[in-house]
Every structure is written in structure tokens, then in C-alpha cells.
Design a protein around this ligand. Structure first.
Ligand code: PEP
Ligand code: MG
Length: 535
């Protein structure tokens, strides 16, 4: 412990020396505050007393003591004093780094298995995790359908989000179980719990092996109704995994991930290469490329001149594209060029009215003309569809249907906009549910209107990846689902175990219920009877 303090002081004094030349540097003042903390004998005594009195590790004692102090600062009225809590967290990190020495690694350079515990992780940070070592994720912020959770699901890493103050409850070195299926995290479990979870893990692996055997079999109900199962991807590398899991194409390619983790926009060639790689995997099977859905949680607000007060209601998605035509046209050119390689379809996100759709289609027409002039080949009959993810689009589905080939219901956004619940806000995460009666009524309307207009309808929100929702969706008339690749085998197994008649009954029953709790309980019980190992 003494060494950790000594080394931290030495490290900081070194940094302070380097800052000497900078006139009026605030950084030096900050270092001075940190140094005075580290030299404070009473602080050191408080930590060592905790180690001796409670037989805890030095790392735990450092974290606990400093976090208590930080929490105290965070509650103070004076804004200057409140901000000091960040300094205390900084000191904690510095001391932990000294204490853990070689044991503390950069996340990207992990060499041992670990659980990542964080207040917040961005979708791009999560996408960079090596799943060989990152065995679980627990975050304070977020929601089940926030993009960080979606990326973790695509990678097949168990994740539990919206745990609010989890970072204050877990200390480096703790043993942690992350149970993504049940949405719970167990800190320092007893031997019996560890044993129980080791058994679950075996059962789950066995289920995986069992489901591998249906990989080549079609997703067809017991009474012979065929369901198409597609995969959702964020990166072209994932296309191969979708295929391995038995997916029949890509129902949602979230292309905005091409923009993340970089400061410049992708070039037309970069777009094209990513699409060509994906199409190559599926050859003549469908690949639905969604035009960029930047904004909200998929765009760093810090890049904007003016921060938006309500980014989810702001300049996101198709609205952003329609105001950034050069960028939009670059992507459309690349999609059209890739359309000659296979069965590519274009999908516009977050459409809220017919004008927006007509505008997007007009720009697509302009890009086609440009390609004609340059004598560059593309599929002139490329199918164009839209995502139905706002109540406005759902309620006007019959009007929108006249100008598209297909709908894809984005239940993640549809739920947040219908219920007025931010999908990434942990404080309201219990209010967020795709099986709320209000959301289900909109989904039913869209499916009925699509059938009437003979427009294809697919569901690509996370609801389609949840075993509990499959019977309901089939009962509502859906025959195409696009889901996270790790979930394809389980969802296929459920489809192969039920009849459409049973599903219709489930849907009828659910639509007669008036509370979300009743509906979710009923659906869980119904699905558990079919695939108990998944729960
Ligand atoms: C959705 O909103 O349901 C959807 C599939 O799109 P995303 O999750 O990328 O917003
Ligand atoms: Mg969406």
C-alpha cells in the first residue's frame, strides 16, 4: 500500500514537472490538489484501517474509501466542490493502477478472461472487445435495446445494462457472474451459486450443440408454414457468422457503424467494399442495406456545433441524410454499385411521413441518373423499403405502402417513441417494453396494412430476437424475422416446435390483455414450455 502511494506521488510529481513550462496551466493546479490528497496521512490511515479491521483487499479499501469521499463531494452545493469528485475518482484509478500493476490491462489488450464493469460504454468501444477474453459486460447506463446492448448481443457476450450504480458496488478483483438471460449480476457469489452457474453454462452449451443440428433445416412450423430468418449486422465480418448460424440473408445492415470510430466520412469505395463483402457471403440471397441511421446514440454530439437538447427527437437518421446530401448520395451510389453483385435492397430508416419517403426516393433517382450518365451498372429494379419505427409511420402505413416494396418494423425505436421512454435511459428502463398493449396495437396495424397492400413485412427490432415474442409475432401474421446472429438457432427451434394455430391463439389472448406485466408473464410462460433451457 505504501509503495502504491509512493509510486503514485512519484508519477504525479513527474507529470507536474513536465507542465512547468506551460504558463498559468490549470493542469499543474489539478496535479497539486491530487498530490495533497496522496500525501494526506489520515487518508492513508483510513484505508489501511479498513484493510485490517474488515480483512478486505487493499484494492477494495482504496476504492471504497475514495468513492465514499467522491460521493460526499458530489452532493455538495458549490459547483466547484462538486466537480472535485471527478478528481477523487482519478486518484482512485491512479492508486489502483499502482496496486494492480501488471494485473490491470488495457481492455483491448486483455490476455486473461475478464468481466467489463463500466458506468457507460459506447457501441464502438463494445464492438472492439475481444470476446475470447471479455466474458461479460455490466453497465450502469443504457437499456436492453441501446446500441451498446445490441452490439454485445451480436458478439454473443452476456451483458446486463441499466444497473445504475454498479461501478460503486464492484471493485477490481471481485468475482462476478453476469447472467444475461435473466438480466442479473451476482457479486462475489458463494460456492453453491458458482456451482449452480457452472451447471447452467454446461446446459446452455449443450443446447447450443443440439441446436447446431437444425442449422441446415428450414424455419418451418409444425403445420408447415415457412418463416424466413435473417440476421442483423453492424459490420461486414458478421455476415459470415449469420450464415454459419443458419441465417438466410441480412434483414438489417446498420451501415452507420462505418462512420463510428473515425473522424472522416467513409469514401464511396469504402462503402462499396463493405457492401460487396457482405453480398459476397449471401450471393443471391437478400441483403437489406439500411441507409445511415446516424444521430441520437449513434453520433457523438460533441462533433456538432450546437448540441441538440433532445437528440432522439432531433436531426437523426433519414432527416440527417436529407440535410447532408453529398454524404447521402455517396452511400446510395455505393449501394447501387453493389446491387449488381447479388440481391441488394435499400431501406430508409425513421420515416415519419410520405414526403420524407418521396424525397429519399427522388434522391435515389438522381443518383441512378448520375450512374447512367457515367455508364456504371446497377440493378434498376432494386427493391426499396422503409423501417416502420415511429407511431406516425405505423398509423399511416397504408399510405406509405403504395410507394415501397417492404416494411421492416423497428420495434426498438417504435417502442421508445410510442411509450415516450428513452431506450437508452436506465432511469426509465422498467417502463420500456415492446409488448406493451399500445406498441402491440401499432404493430398489428402495420402488419394488417402491409398484408392488405401486399407489401412484405419483416420485424428487425430486438423483439424479434427474444424467444418470448416469437409466437406472438407469428400469431400477428409476421413471416419474416431479422435477428441478432447468436439467437438464430433458438428462434428457429421455437418456430419448428409450434403450429400457427397455437400462435394465433397466443396473439388473440395477448391482444385481449390490458397490462404489460400480464402480457410479458404470459408470453414467458408460453415460451418456457417450448424451450425451457433458454430461460
Ligand atoms: C429499431 O429501431 O428497432 C431498429 C432495428 O433500428 P436501430 O436499433 O438501429 O435503431
Ligand atoms: Mg431504429
Amino acid at each position: 500500500m505504501r509503495n502504491a502511494f509512493r509510486d503514485a506521488i512519484e508519477e504525479l510529481t513527474g507529470f507536474q514537472g513536465e507542465q512547468k513550462e506551460i504558463e498559468g496551466s490549470k493542469i499543474r493546479d489539478i496535479f497539486a490538489v491530487h498530490l495533497s490528497f496522496l500525501r494526506d496521512r489520515s487518508l492513508r490511515k483510513q484505508i489501511t484501517d479498513l484493510v485490517h479491521d474488515e480483512s478486505v483487499t487493499a484494492e477494495f479499501a482504496v476504492s471504497k474509501t475514495l468513492r465514499d469521499i467522491a460521493a460526499h463531494f458530489a452532493k455538495l452545493k458549490d459547483p466547484y466542490m462538486r466537480e472535485r469528485s471527478a478528481d477523487i475518482y482519478d486518484i482512485e484509478r491512479r492508486l489502483l493502477r499502482q496496486l494492480l500493476g501488471g494485473k490491470r490491462h488495457d481492455i483491448e489488450q486483455l490476455t486473461e478472461e475478464a468481466v467489463i464493469v463500466a458506468r457507460e460504454l459506447s457501441p464502438t468501444e463494445t464492438a472492439g472487445f475481444n470476446k475470447e477474453y471479455v466474458k461479460g459486460i455490466a453497465t450502469g447506463a443504457g437499456g436492453r435495446t441501446s446500441h451498446t446492448a445490441i452490439v454485445a448481443r451480436s458478439l454473443g457476450i452476456p451483458a446486463v445494462v441499466a444497473l445504475e450504480d454498479i461501478t460503486e458496488s464492484i471493485t477490481a478483483g471481485d468475482t462476478v457472474i453476469v447472467d444475461g438471460n435473466r438480466g442479473i449480476v451476482i457479486i462475489n457469489p458463494d460456492d453453491a451459486t458458482i456451482q449452480q452457474y457452472l451447471e447452467y453454462a454446461v446446459e446452455f452449451t449443450e443446447l447450443g450443440h443440439r441446436l447446431d443440428t437444425i442449422r441446415e433445416k428450414p424455419a418451418v412450423t409444425r403445420d408447415g408454414v415457412r418463416v424466413a430468418l435473417y440476421g442483423n449486422i453492424e459490420f461486414p465480418d458478421e455476415a459470415e457468422i449469420v450464415l454459419q448460424k443458419g441465417g438466410e440473408g441480412i434483414g438489417l445492415y446498420r451501415t452507420e457503424f462505418l462512420f463510428l470510430n473515425r473522424d472522416t466520412e467513409p469514401t464511396e469505395q469504402e462503402h462499396y467494399e463493405a457492401y460487396a463483402r457482405t453480398v459476397e457471403v449471401f450471393k443471391t440471397r437478400p441483403v437489406i442495406i439500411r441507409t445511415v441511421d446516424l444521430g441520437a446514440d449513434k453520433y457523438t454530439q460533441s462533433r456538432r456545433y450546437v448540441r441538440e437538447p433532445n437528440p432522439f427527437l432531433g436531426l437523426r437518421s433519414i432527416r440527417f441524410c436529407l440535410q447532408n446530401l453529398t454524404m447521402f448520395k455517396t452511400q446510395l451510389r455505393a449501394i447501387l454499385r453493389a446491387s449488381v453483385l447479388g440481391q441488394v435492397k435499400i431501406m430508409f430508416p425513421l420515416i415519419t411521413n410520405l414526403q420524407e419517403l418521396m424525397q429519399a426516393k427522388m434522391i435515389l433517382g438522381d443518383v441512378m441518373e448520375d450512374l447512367d450518365e457515367e455508364e456504371i451498372g446497377y440493378n434498376r429494379d432494386i427493391e426499396v423499403g422503409i423501417m416502420i419505427e415511429t407511431p406516425a409511420a405505423a398509423l399511416t402505413a397504408s399510405m406509405l405502402a403504395r410507394d415501397v416494396k417492404f416494411f421492416s418494423i423497428g420495434t426498438n425505436d417504435l417502442t421508445q417513441y410510442t411509450l415516450a421512454v428513452d431506450r437508452g435511459n436506465e432511469l426509465v428502463s422498467t417502463l420500456y417494453s415492446a409488448v406493451d398493449p399500445a406498441v402491440l396495437r401499432l404493430i398489428r396495424t402495420v402488419i394488417q396494412d402491409a398484408h392488405k397492400a401486399q407489401v412484405d413485412v419483416n420485424v428487425c427490432g430486438e423483439m424479434a430476437s427474444e424467444p418470448e415474442s416469437v409466437m406472438l409475432l407469428l400469431g400477428l401474421g409476421v413471416r419474416k424475422l431479422s435477428i441478432a446472429s447468436p439467437m438464430i438457432p433458438e428462434i428457429k427451434q421455437i418456430i419448428r416446435s409450434v403450429t400457427v394455430e397455437e400462435c394465433n391463439k397466443v396473439a388473440r389472448k395477448v391482444l385481449g390483455m390490458n397490462s404489460e406485466r400480464q402480457i410479458s408473464g404470459f408470453l414467458r410462460d408460453a415460451a418456457r414450455k417450448i424451450l425451457p433451457e433458454a430461460f
